[in-house]
Design a protein around this ligand. Structure first.
Ligand code: B16
Ligand code: MG
Length: 227
């Protein structure tokens, strides 16, 4: 019988599963969100800047509404808030209904194909309740073994719920997963889940990610082994 000696090493846990945020990582729907929130703000008699819009990335629809109303110093009842969120969402859905595969960000299909061919399991981990329409219109649905979105979680990023649920559905431990995220709240959610993360965007902003690149077109499968 082999008796482990005191030098037995804990095996290196390698990455087996990839969890992808949607907006800002696979497609750029932030511009559509911005247009719809701006239209709502203007209808209420105020405006906000593109820089302020950055703060809406990655957070839920109702949290976004609270921020927008705060910028306009507008107070609304919860019934009114639900109506305003529905109004904004209607305008947003009108825009994403017209999306095409051309709006997929550079390198996405190639990278997802390479991951699948290398045996990695893939899940979506998005705050959006509209992920189904976006994935369908951009022809990305088939890449994902599991889809976790805003319809399935009760807590928003930086809470780890969305990514923990994705890992559980795929059947892997958090240490075997890597998260791809463009939002600070999303990188924090990955960290809170005990997962590694790759930031998509500005390295001065996504400081808690294990690696930051400008887009999936800058990544290879080998990069996952060196995180
Ligand atoms: P919806 P992600 C997020 O998507 C967006 O970044 C964020 O701006 C938006 O408020 C949120 O989805 C909810 O979207 O109104 O469609 O449910 O980045 O988590 O893929
Ligand atoms: Mg995002």
């Amino acid at each position: 019988m082999n008796t482990p000696n005191s030098y037995t090493l804990i095996p290196h846990t390698s990455i087996k599963a990839c969890l992808f945020d949607l907006d800002g990582v696979l497609v750029d729907t932030a511009g559509y969100h911005y247009q719809a929130w701006k239209r709502l703000a203007n209808q209420l008699g105020f405006d906000f800047t593109e820089a302020q819009n950055e703060e809406l990335k990655g957070i839920s629809r109702m949290e976004s509404l609270d921020k927008v109303l705060g910028w306009g110093k507008a107070t609304k009842s919860s019934v009114e808030k639900n109506e305003l969120a529905a109004l904004k969402n209607g305008w947003y859905v009108d825009m994403i209904n017209k999306m095409t595969p051309e709006e997929v960000l550079p390198g996405v299909e190639d990278f997802l194909t390479a991951l699948t061919q290398s045996g990695y399991k893939l899940a979506l981990g998005s705050a959006s309740k509209n992920s189904g329409i976006i994935l369908k219109n951009t022809h990305l649905t088939h890449f994902f073994d599991e889809i976790v979105d805003g319809n399935m979680v009760s807590k928003s990023k930086p809470d780890p719920e969305v990514f923990l649920k994705g890992a559980e559905l795929l059947g892997f431990a958090p240490e075997q997963c890597v998260v791809f995220e463009d939002a600070v709240a999303g990188i924090k959610a990955a960290k809170n889940a005990g997962m590694k993360s790759i930031g998509i965007g500005d390295k001065n902003l996504l400081t808690e990610a294990n690696l930051v690149v400008s887009g999936l077109n800058k990544l290879t499968v080998e990069d996952l082994e060196n995180l």
